[in-house]
Design a protein around this ligand. Structure first.
Ligand code: SF4
Ligand code: SF4
Length: 225
């Protein structure tokens, strides 16, 4: 007797309301995990973006912290008279803070957006790790690009400082369609990293500046209207 063809199993289609409920369940599960604070803290081991000059150009320190920190890291006085040290922080090595016991209050109290999202349950620890991985890779790609453009060592770069000098120059050249291909690629790499930075780590108005430059590049590439 011929066998009747196997019927494919009916697949349950997830309706938008079900998907929303599932997302709320996942967020509640994550929020009610007592170790979400530990998960958030562990992200730093594979990240370091707030220590290695990718996001910030310097760290301000209190007067009472100067002696302990100056013994390990070169410090300097800002125009305001406040003391700071430059990033990349020399104390950041192999995913660890070499100043952990005496690290400045600003470092100890800093919580980036992603850590906050993991702590409050909006993002799982595993998803947080994937975001860190993507951001670290994008920062490395940008470092390589900036290093090729400036002739500096990728690891010694202070990306924040680079933006200060590069984006006004790029903006000016973009307005007259004079950006070289290398500069156009660099603008794209800056924009990609800043998107990740703005969404998951620290807000930045630079994203709008680079978006405008990209729009100018497109304007000159695809006809001037
Ligand atoms: S950017 Fe956030 S996750 Fe990365 S090292 Fe700093 S605090 Fe940790
Ligand atoms: S002192 Fe530690 S936490 Fe602060 S920037 Fe340096 S490596 Fe990062």
């Amino acid at each position: 007797m011929p066998q009747s063809p196997k019927q494919p199993k009916a697949r349950r289609i997830m309706r938008p309301a079900d998907a929303h409920a599932a997302q709320i369940d996942a967020e509640l599960n994550q929020m009610l995990k007592p170790d979400s604070a530990v998960e958030a803290n562990r992200l730093c081991l594979a990240c370091g973006l707030c220590c290695n000059g990718s996001i910030f150009s310097r760290v301000g320190i209190e007067k009472r912290e100067v002696e302990a920190i100056a013994a390990i890291v070169p410090v300097w006085e800002q125009e305001s008279g406040d003391v700071a040290f430059s990033q990349p922080c020399p104390a950041w090595t192999e995913g660890k803070c070499g100043l952990y016991a005496v690290r400045p209050g600003r470092c100890a109290s800093y919580i980036c957006k992603l850590q906050g999202l993991v702590m409050n349950g909006a993002v799982s620890g595993a998803a947080g790790e994937k975001i860190v991985d993507a951001a670290v890779k994008q920062a490395a790609a940008l470092r390589d690009r900036v290093a090729a453009y400036t002739g500096k060592e990728p690891q010694a770069l202070n990306l924040r400082q680079f933006h200060k000098e590069f984006h006004p120059k790029a903006m000016k050249k973009a307005k007259s369609g004079e950006l070289t291909l290398m500069e156009q690629t660099l603008v794209r790499e800056c924009y990609l990293f800043l998107k990740l930075q703005d969404r998951y780590f620290s807000e930045t108005s630079l994203i709008k500046q680079y978006a405008f430059i990209l729009q100018q590049i497109d304007y000159f590439a695809n006809g001037e209207g």
